[in-house]
Design a protein around this ligand. Structure first.
Ligand code: BGC
Length: 257
């Protein structure tokens, strides 16, 4: 493993499980000091921490619900207090709730949009204000989804949140470019993580999905983490304003039979 991120501090939201956990581990393995943000899974956060520390990496855990503006501000403040700086923000925390459009409740809408879009929005704002004031560059990487672009019937709240994240990324890439801050999205397809627990238990549904994936398998969190590490590094210095799909070809799939 290289040391592309030595000296950097990175926040990874929702890093107590799934893609976020793998990204936290990977960034730490490349030399970053990592803030493991979590909400309801302290055991998962401590698992991430233990894995990083046993590999010789540096990390801390902070509990913050990104759908609360006060908690996003506190996450940034605590990061500066404990680690002195913050160079990389990975907006990974995300949830999805299945419901036919006509059945979606206000609570479901607020929960999904609150974590996936409002959370990324205001945490990014708190992150950027510090960099702007200190005249320092930075990296923002949103873990979006193929569903920032591709339809997902019965997941309208999720699609609305990820579509919003796509335009937020494009807008901020332009607005923050002069500050030396890059903004990009990673759009995972079907990845083997807890968000897909129900899908993995439903063989007919899983097989139907696999038939739509040209590479014929789910992705791994480590594969997504590898892309996040690259986009976080100096090697990606000239990349901003784009979405990088990592989906085994799902977005490009086409069949006549
Ligand atoms: C969703 C998964 C889904 C995958 C492919 C992801 O963004 O979280 O539930 O299986 O997209 O459709």
């Amino acid at each position: 493993m290289t040391n592309r991120l030595t000296g950097k501090v990175a926040i990874v939201t929702g890093s107590s499980s799934g893609i976020g956990q793998s990204i936290a581990i990977r960034l730490a393995s490349e030399g970053a000091s990592v803030v493991i943000d979590y909400v309801g899974q302290p055991d998962g956060a401590h698992d991430t921490l233990a894995k990083i520390q046993s590999a010789g990496g540096k990390a801390i855990t902070i509990q913050a619900n990104v759908s609360s503006i006060a908690e996003t501000q506190s996450l940034i403040d605590q990061t500066y207090t404990q680690l002195g700086r913050c160079d990389i923000l990975i907006n990974n925390a995300g949830i999805e709730k299945e419901a036919a459009f006509c059945d979606v409740t206000e609570a479901e809408y607020d929960a999904v949009l609150g974590v996936n879009l409002k959370g990324a929005f205001f945490l990014t704002q708190a992150f950027v204000r510090r960099l702007r004031d200190a005249k320092l560059p930075g990296r923002i990487i949103n873990i979006s989804s193929v569903h920032e672009d591709m339809v997902f019937p019965n997941f309208s709240t999720y699609c609305a949140s990820k579509g919003g994240m796509r335009m937020l990324m494009r807008d901020l890439a332009v607005e923050l470019g002069s500050l030396g801050i890059t903004v990009n999205n990673i759009a995972p397809g079907a990845i083997n993580t807890p968000i897909n627990t129900a899908l993995l238990a439903n063989k007919p549904k899983l097989n139907a999905l696999l038939a739509n994936i040209p590479l014929g398998r789910l992705g791994t969190p480590e594969e997504v983490a590898s892309l996040a590490a690259f986009l976080s590094s100096d090697e990606a210095a000239y990349i901003t304003g784009s979405t990088y799909a990592i989906d085994g070809g799902l977005l490009r799939n086409y069949h006549e039979q």
